[in-house]
Design a protein around this ligand. Structure first.
Ligand code: ADP
Ligand code: ZN
Length: 721
């Protein structure tokens, strides 16, 4: 008779499923988290249905015993199915997906009492430069020594020194403090009739099974207020609701709106949480105590005890696509999770992706519309500034007509926003004498000048260098010039034009945490900022009633490069940033600087005719059998050794199977031909919708071997390429 055994999935992507013997008197169910020996060490795994994970049978006599079963969270069947689906669809190892469910040991080990440290405000008598930096960076922060040291980029020893000097004090954290429970009746809004109809339709869906819904309403129409009612319904049923946001910077304004509606903050989940809070949140999510969770895409794979609703806010945002590791799209996985959990999924957007609109057309998603802005606020007036006819002076980027509008806004005490999707001061530094350009040593990318931080930085790998004083090529001094504008340079221009204006640069460099975002919001609301100069980070979510002018500095920028989604993304970005203007009582106006006012994207934005733009884009995709009408997958082959990457990519290309409905392009150097020191080649697979392209690629790659220094990654449904 066979002995009782269990099959487990580990968290190690290199390992397939493994079998263990179960000690007498222990029962192990699929989904339980277990500890098992591997070599000399114990490791974590999750028990799985053996029939779902076929593997080579190992004889009883060769099996080792399971060490223990952990009391913590259990991975429910719906979540196990989601993990399998994700691994399958995105051609990723199941352990890599499971690591998102069990993101760290805090998930498993109950450490309820914890010592953290925070600044006392006391300045130590002996101030080394490192201590000064540390104290500056740690202002308002709390965490373990290790977390604080990592945040301040100093050693643990520096922080211990500060503790001894009385500049940091210990705080006991109670990991078991009960969470506040959102009260669905705390502050219900007065909805207008459109909003009420939309809310009713969402509320009725809660508790009634799988129901994907596109909540489609112009900016400022009250989509948040409306889906809050669905959350209230979910909380009334005692179940959990999850809201996914595209940026952690948006968490803070969201928390405040949530509090006004529900009387307390929801449970937040993002990378900036200190570990004591993460642990606390994780346990509360797994036990069901956390009724509403708001988070970045990583919140999607957590083991909710009883999930009743998922909302994806700003569902069109590209940041929902994960670009390394398991390259999943959180919007699409959210819908799949909804299917496995049998619950509604609300995708909220003023500028839905063509893929999402297509699902509505096919009748697979329902659409709920909010046709107008709330409280009679009108959509802003939008017009173009033709840069060929109304050019900025040499070395400047703001056209005279935009400057005139800015001046008027400053005079009337209203706020303005200038949008340019480029961080830093200048995207390129060039030597006027010899033409040398500063390039990243690890990537095919220019080093971007950041004046605020006094350095040049690569936006792909994070490589930094001090601002150069002379050209490394020809040695010339005073020959280096900054080419083109970034947001910092536009801020300088505004400052030069209007020295009295109070400006703020808003990018991921200045707003890197929810706390910084909260400061920014407070300053805007308090009227301490006149002109915001920002990247895509300011295009979404924010609601500033006194913001009445939006200037798009370079509307042509996003259209360069010929990417499949270039037009769609430009449309979304400009429509979103325009949506920040005139959200209160005062009307808004938007000036779009462009060299090509007749480009279809710009024309559609100005005329307000989104429908015909979408129709034309959709038709073009249809004709080319591009997504959502056809499918794409990118196979990226990379290695530190260029020859090796190239040769492997070509071998993979030669091994491509002949399949009806599938075409393979390349290999060719990938768009970022070098990234973080690795040379990259790409094969692009184009397939008919009906083809199971994952299956084909799996078999295809299984037949090719490569050296362990070569990495082959498949990006299914790539966002950009
Ligand atoms: P969207 O998400 O569609 O851009 P929001 O939900 O942010 O719109 O709403 C825009 C603004 O209008 C917010 O400040 C919101 O609080 C306010 N608002 C919308 N609907 C209502 C309502 N029914 N009652 C009170 N305020 C509302
Ligand atoms: Zn780089």
């Amino acid at each position: 008779m066979a002995l009782p055994r269990v099959r487990i999935v580990t968290l190690n992507a290199a390992l397939g499923p493994l079998d263990y013997r179960v000690p007498d008197g222990t029962a192990v169910e699929p989904g339980q988290v277990v500890v098992a020996p591997l070599g000399p060490r114990p490791m974590i795994g999750v028990a799985w249905e053996p029939e779902r994970l076929p593997t080579e049978e190992v004889g009883d006599n060769r099996l080792r015993y399971l060490s223990s079963v952990l009391p913590g969270p259990r991975i429910a069947p719906a979540l196990r199915r989601l993990c399998e689906w994700t691994a399958d669809y995105y051609l990723s190892p199941l352990p890599a997906v499971l690591r998102m469910v069990l993101p760290s040991s805090y998930a498993l080990h109950d450490q309820r009492q914890l010592t953290e440290y925070r600044p006392t405000g006391l300045v130590p008598p002996r101030l080394t430069p490192q201590r000064t930096v540390a104290l500056e960076r740690l202002e308002g922060r709390q965490g373990t020594i290790r977390e604080l040291a990592a945040h301040a980029e100093v050693s643990d020893a520096v922080l211990r020194g500060l503790v001894n000097a009385g500049a940091l004090e210990a705080v006991q954290v109670d990991g078991d403090r009960p969470l506040d429970c959102p009260d669905p009746d705390f502050g219900p809004p007065q909805l207008n009739s459109d909003q009420q109809a939309a809310a009713d339709s969402l509320v009725q869906a809660v508790g009634r099974g799988f129901d994907p819904v596109l909540l489609d309403g112009v900016t400022g129409s009250g989509k948040t207020e409306v889906y809050f009612e669905a959350i209230a319904a979910c909380v009334r049923q005692g179940r959990q609701a999850l809201v996914l946001l595209p940026e952690i910077a948006l968490t803070e304004p969201f928390l405040r709106r949530f509090e006004a509606r529900f009387g307390c903050a929801p449970t937040a989940w993002h990378s900036d949480l200190r570990s004591s809070l993460r642990r606390r949140s994780y346990r509360a999510i797994a036990s069901g105590e956390a009724k509403v969770v708001v988070g970045a895409r990583s919140a999607l794979f957590l083991p909710y005890a009883d999930l009743g609703l998922i909302v994806v806010d700003e569902a069109h945002e590209p940041s929902f696509k994960q670009e390394d590791g398991v390259q999943y799209h959180a919007r699409d996985v959210a819908v799949m999770r909804g299917r496995f959990e049998d619950i509604p999924v609300v995708l909220s957007s003023a500028t839905p992706a063509i893929e999402t609109r297509h699902m509505v057309e096919l009748g697979r998603y329902r659409e709920v519309k909010l046709p107008s802005r709330f409280a009679g606020a009108r959509l802003p007036d939008m017009r173009t500034v033709n840069l060929t006819q109304d050019p900025p002076p040499r070395g400047r980027w703001l056209a005279p007509s935009l400057v005139a509008e800015l001046e008027q806004n400053l005079a009337s005490g209203e706020q303005s926003l200038l949008f340019l999707n480029r961080r830093g001061f200048a995207p390129l530094t060039l030597c006027r004498t010899c033409g040398h350009r500063f390039q990243c040593p690890n990537c095919t990318a220019w080093m971007v000048e950041h004046r605020l931080m006094h350095r040049l930085a690569c936006h792909h790998c994070g490589h930094v260098m001090p601002p150069p004083k002379q050209c490394p090529e020809c040695g010339d001094e005073d020959s280096l010039v900054a080419c083109g504008p970034g947001v910092e340079r536009i801020a300088d221009e505004v400052q030069a034009l209007f020295p009295q204006a109070r400006t703020a640069v808003v990018t991921s460099d200045t707003i890197w945490s929810p706390a910084r975002a909260a400061d920014f919001v407070a300053q805007m609301e308090g009227g301490a900022i006149d002109v915001v100069i920002g990247t895509q980070l300011v295009t979404k979510g924010y609601h500033f009633p006194n913001l009445t002018l939006v200037g798009v500095v370079d509307a042509d920028l996003g259209l360069q490069g010929g990417d499949l989604r270039a037009a769609e993304r430009s449309f979304q970005q400009i429509a979103q940033v325009a949506g920040r203007a005139g959200r209160g009582e005062k009307p808004g106006r938007v000036l779009v600087q462009t060299h090509d006012p007749d480009a279809p994207v710009i024309a559609a934005l100005v005329s307000g005719d989104a429908e015909s733009f979408y129709a034309a884009e959709t038709e073009a995709r249809h004709e080319a059998a591009m997504p959502p009408f056809g499918r794409l997958a990118a196979i990226i082959v990379s290695s530190e050794d260029k020859e090796e990457a190239d040769a492997t990519a070509r071998r993979i290309g030669r091994a491509a199977p002949e399949v009806e409905g599938m075409a393979v392009f390349g290999p060719a150097p990938a768009p970022l031909a070098m990234l973080r020191g690795r040379h990259r080649f790409r094969l692009l697979v184009h397939a008919a919708r009906s083809l199971d392209v994952q299956d084909v690629i799996r078999d295809w790659l299984a037949g090719v071997e490569w050296n362990s220094k070569v990495r082959v990654a498949v990006d299914v449904d790539p966002y950009s390429f």
